[in-house]
Write a protein that binds this ligand. Structure first.
Ligand code: PAF
Length: 277
């Protein structure tokens, strides 16, 4: 695996691949790689000639400085895992190189997506995600872009970004959430959980399953309220339990339904979701 640390290095290297007409699969990450990330690399490996992964803890998408400061960094292990999975290129840029003058002035039109659910509780977060993804896609311009369903709203935001910017030929592949045996969605932030916090964390998935199993029997508002209460009694501070239309994240319309949860144990904020029908 080749490790490239600068934008100019990456651009020069990719030029040699594009000349050869190779199909590129891209997996953007913030590192602290787990099986969820590796499943994206595996799919990219199967479906492309060349696999590129980036690791960059993007400061502009953190609305909470403590979350940024404590974000896990495991670069050596990440490199070993990527080599094992057959990744071809790892891009690890630094902040000054990524955000050259002017790139932070760009604003993205995300409409309601920017203000509901994650957008509401993490102001500025999705503009930050768009800033970095816009830069990365501009550099890599892959054929296929791999994202995890765990960050469901982020997937919708990036789809919107791709439509707006000059990336309409990039295909987004949204891969299923990978879970621990007890259902906890894999997340880099799980590394920060103590043993006791880790035990509690499974209640998020249990709440999603409760919603799924009772969706036809119990009114939506009651399901949301019951799940919220259950999480609070299990020691969470709940930002939202929301059952909404899976295409719009707005009111249900009897087509596809998704339940989404964001809740914190102490200062560790976890999100998860489950398609209900
Ligand atoms: O999901 C993530 O890890 C990040 O939000 C992403 C897409 C790599 C952008 O920094």
């Amino acid at each position: 695996m080749i490790i490239i640390k600068t934008k100019t290095g990456l651009t020069a290297y990719l030029k040699t691949l594009k000349i050869k007409n190779l199909k590129l699969g891209f997996v953007p990450t913030m590192g602290a790689l787990h099986q969820g990330h590796l499943s994206l690399i595996k799919s990219a490996r199967l479906e492309n000639d060349y696999v590129i992964c980036s690791i960059f803890i993007n400061p502009t998408q953190f609305n909470n400085q403590s979350d940024f400061k404590h974000y896990p960094v495991t670069l050596e292990k990440d490199i070993e895992k990527l080599i094992t999975e057959g990744c071809d290129v790892l891009f690890i840029p630094n902040e000054n190189d990524i955000y050259s003058q002017g790139s932070l002035l760009k604003k993205f039109v995300l409409d309601d997506l920017e203000h509901i659910l994650e957008g509401f509780y993490r102001p500025g977060h999705f503009q930050g995600v768009c800033q970095i993804v816009d830069i990365l896609l501009g550099l890599v311009h892959p054929d296929n872009l791999y994202l995890g369903q765990k960050d469901y709203q982020q997937c919708m935001v990036i789809k919107r970004l791709i439509q707006q910017q000059n990336f309409k030929d990039i295909i987004i592949k949204i891969m299923p959430t990978i879970r621990e045996k007890d259902g906890l969605a894999m997340s880099s932030r799980n590394m920060r959980l103590s043993h006791a916090q880790r035990e509690k964390a499974t209640h998020i998935y249990k709440s999603l399953i409760y919603i799924q199993q009772n969706f036809k029997k119990i009114p939506k508002q009651d399901l949301e309220q019951n799940a919220k209460q259950h999480l609070e009694m299990s020691g969470f501070k709940v930002d939202y339990v929301s059952i909404v239309d899976a295409q719009t994240l707005q009111n249900l319309n009897n087509k596809s339904t998704i339940a989404l949860i964001a809740a914190s144990i102490d200062d560790i904020r976890l999100i998860d979701n489950l398609i209900i029908n």
